[in-house]
Structures are given as C-alpha cells and as structure tokens.
Design a protein around this ligand. Structure first.
Ligand code: GLA
Length: 392
C-alpha cells in the first residue's frame, strides 16, 4: 500500500471518515553539492521513491492535532493546541515539525485553519534522507489546500515561497539552521531527473538522470549511524562560512570562484580555510557534474562524487567512521564514485555502480561493516522519483 493509502486508511480508523485531502512529499538524496545551499551555491538532488503522506481534514475550532503511524503500526498522537497560539519553543518532539509549518504559514499570511493530520510514510527516519523535510513539505501542502490555496490550484503560492516557508519553520520553530536544499528537492524534483538548483538565483533545471539506460545504478547505503543537525557541528560550519564571507567582503562564499581561491585562502585565518576550500571546490564540482550529465556521460561523474567525499571528510570534516567505511568499501570493490550525502555526521552514502557490479559491491559494503563490528547498513537502489503532490 502506498504511504498515501496508508495515511488515508489510518485517518479513517482514527476519525471515522475519509480525510478531506491527502498530500505526499518524497525524501531525497543529493547527488552532489553539499553544504553549498546556505552559501548561495549549487545543489543537485534527486527525489527518492520513499514518501511521507499527510491525510488531513479541516477543523472549525482552530485546533491542530497530529498522529503519526510508527513502524510498529501504532498511531502516535499529539495535541498541538490552537494554531493561533503556536510560538517557537511551544512544542517539543516530533510535533514541532507539523506545528512549525502551521506557525510559519500563518506568519506568512496564509489563513491556516484548524486541522487533524494523520501522517504515514516510508522515508527512513534519521538516515540523512530528509524524512523531516518530506513531512514538513507534505504538511505545508495539506494545510495550504485546507486554506483554499492548493498547490495545484489558481490561488497557489509559488513553490519557491512554500520552500522558504518550510525553511522558516525548520530554522525558527524547530531550531535547525538548515538551508533550502531539502525542501526544494522534495517540492520540485521530477521523475527521471536530477534537479540543478542555483540557490542564489532560484533557477532550476531538470537534468535527465537515467542510470538504467547507462547500465548503472545509484546505490544508497543507509549507515544507520544517527545524526542530529541541531546538536552536531552543522551550525558551527554554517557560522564559519558566514564569517569567512564577511572577512572576504562578499555576500556569500558563492562569490568566490576557484580562480579566486588561493587569494581568498591567503587572507583567512587557518581554521576557516578548509571550510572555504570545500564550498568553493564543491560548487565547481556541481557545475562539472551537470556538464557531464548534459553530455550524456553519466559514468564520468564518478570521480567528482568521490572528490566531493574527500573534501567533506578532510576539509569540511563532517564524515564519520560509518560513512568512510561505506565509501571506501564501495570504491575498493569497483564503484565508479561514492560519497556521503546530506548533512553528514552519520546518515547515508551513495555509490554509483555498474549494474552488473551492484550485488558484489553491496556484499563488499556489508562485509566491511561486519568486519568493523558496525551495525549492518541498509542498502537500496535509488531511481529519481516525482516530487511532492496531491494524492486525493
Ligand atoms: C542538510 C540540510 C540542507 C543542506 C545539507 C547539506 O540536509 O537540511 O539544507 O545544508 O544538509 O548539503
């Protein structure tokens, strides 16, 4: 059963009637372009087939309730109170995600009505595959629909605005200082394509990404190592980048080109140099990846993916043992390229592999984890799926 059907059925069980609307949004993997989004740079994600669905109905009393179907099949309920009284810090735990979206939409002038939400999905949580953003995007679209402004209707707000509102919810309500990559991927990706997103200009380009036609597969390795952006060094990295941009007299590190890099590094304090080197070279790698894909040279992006990992491991310092074991084992057993994806400090890696090597590389990765006595990773092959949309 699809997450949308599961959510609708759970809603029926909970409320004794069908939901007014069901919207769903996917998780993502970022092919390349990591920690570039909050530096006004470039990213290149694909949407996963895994989705979070939100079945929702309007309430006339202004209250917001949410229930989420756990892996155990049990519905976990939370009362979020009156939408008009939501404020940053007022809700803790997973309820902060739906509540934050309701709060942010309201702050932006959307007339958010009271609502009952029932959430179900299959995006692995805590795997760096953006399950929280999938949830937030699906909630945003469901609440907009209940407010009479469905994303597929004449009074729809631009999706770029919805992405920004979800970011406001994440930054100011949930308290995670994340950029625009995940929401944009979840809302704007399309099937069979990677999404080239220029965060500064807002320009989007759908880049064909057909692994099957090239006899390739994109292997996702969920290391099961848990990360948390708010508690991890994500915010520190971001501040470091903003500080470096200030010292360099530019709006964001996006403004430093590879040709400017040596000069820029020379005037920066030691501790900021590796951060800047990562961001500047990573933006360049995104552009090179897009050129290879445009030229139909899918296999040629492998070395760029690997170089991105090395840069995140050695310069940005956001990898960890599990991610390095996954990447090294994939490369040593024949992957064309591999890198960690997402915020880092755990989560998932991706490896671009020849279809005929998929099994042996998967086995080599599992063996490497077993050898290091690490929890076995979860492996699956990703093909670019559709972005968020209405299910009913
Ligand atoms: C997380 C954040 C994104 C982005 C990535 C790193 O996924 O939510 O905004 O910064 O990390 O590229």
């Amino acid at each position: 059963m699809s997450p949308a059907d599961t959510a609708a059925e759970a809603f029926g069980g909970e409320r004794g009637r069908a939901p007014d609307v069901v919207w769903s949004a996917p998780g993502r993997v970022n092919l390349i372009g990591e920690h570039t989004d909050y530096n006004d740079g470039f990213v290149l994600p694909i949407a996963l087939p895994h989705r979070i669905a939100v079945a929702a109905s309007r309430r006339d009393d202004g209250l917001l309730t949410a229930a989420t179907l756990g892996d155990d099949g049990v519905l976990h309920r939370t009362e979020l109170g009156a939408i008009a009284e939501l404020a940053p810090g007022s809700i803790r735990g997973w309820g902060a995600y739906p509540a934050g979206v309701a709060w942010a939409l309201r702050e932006q002038g959307v007339e958010v009505t009271g609502a009952d939400l029932v959430i179900a999905g299959d995006v692995p949580a805590g795997a760096g595959l953006s399950s929280s953003h999938a949830l937030e995007c699906a909630v945003a679209l469901a609440l907009l629909d209940l407010a009479g402004r469905p994303a597929d209707g004449p009074d729809a707000p631009p999706l770029a605005d919805v992405a920004r509102w979800v970011q406001i919810s994440e930054n100011d309500f949930v308290g995670a200082p994340t950029g625009l990559l995940d929401q944009t991927a979840s809302l704007r990706c399309t099937e069979s394509h990677a999404l080239f997103f220029d965060v500064r200009t807002g320009e989007l380009e759908q880049i064909p990404f057909d692994t099957a036609a090239a006899d390739l597969e994109l292997l996702v390795i969920d290391t099961q190592a848990k990360h948390s952006h708010s508690e991890s060094g994500y915010g520190e990295r971001r501040q470091g980048c903003e500080h470096a941009a200030e010292l360099l007299g530019v709006k964001a590190l996006r403004d430093i080109s590879v040709a400017d890099l040596d000069g820029a590094l020379a005037v920066l304090p030691n501790e900021l140099r590796p951060l800047v080197r990562h961001v500047v070279t990573e933006n360049e790698r995104v552009i090179s990846t897009v050129s290879e894909l445009d030229a139909g040279q899918l296999a040629s992006i492998g070395p760029l993916l690997t170089a991105s990992h090395v840069s995140m491991r050695d310069d940005y310092r956001i990898s960890c043992l599990e991610l390095d074991v996954a990447v090294d084992a994939a490369l040593e057993s024949g992957a064309l390229g591999a890198r960690m994806t997402g915020g880092g400090f755990g989560g998932s890696a991706i490896a671009l592999v020849r279809a005929r090597d998929r099994e042996s590389i998967g086995r080599a990765v599992l063996d490497a984890f077993a050898e290091q006595k690490l929890t076995a990773p979860r492996l699956f092959t990703a093909t670019p799926a559709a972005g968020a949309g209405r299910d009913r």
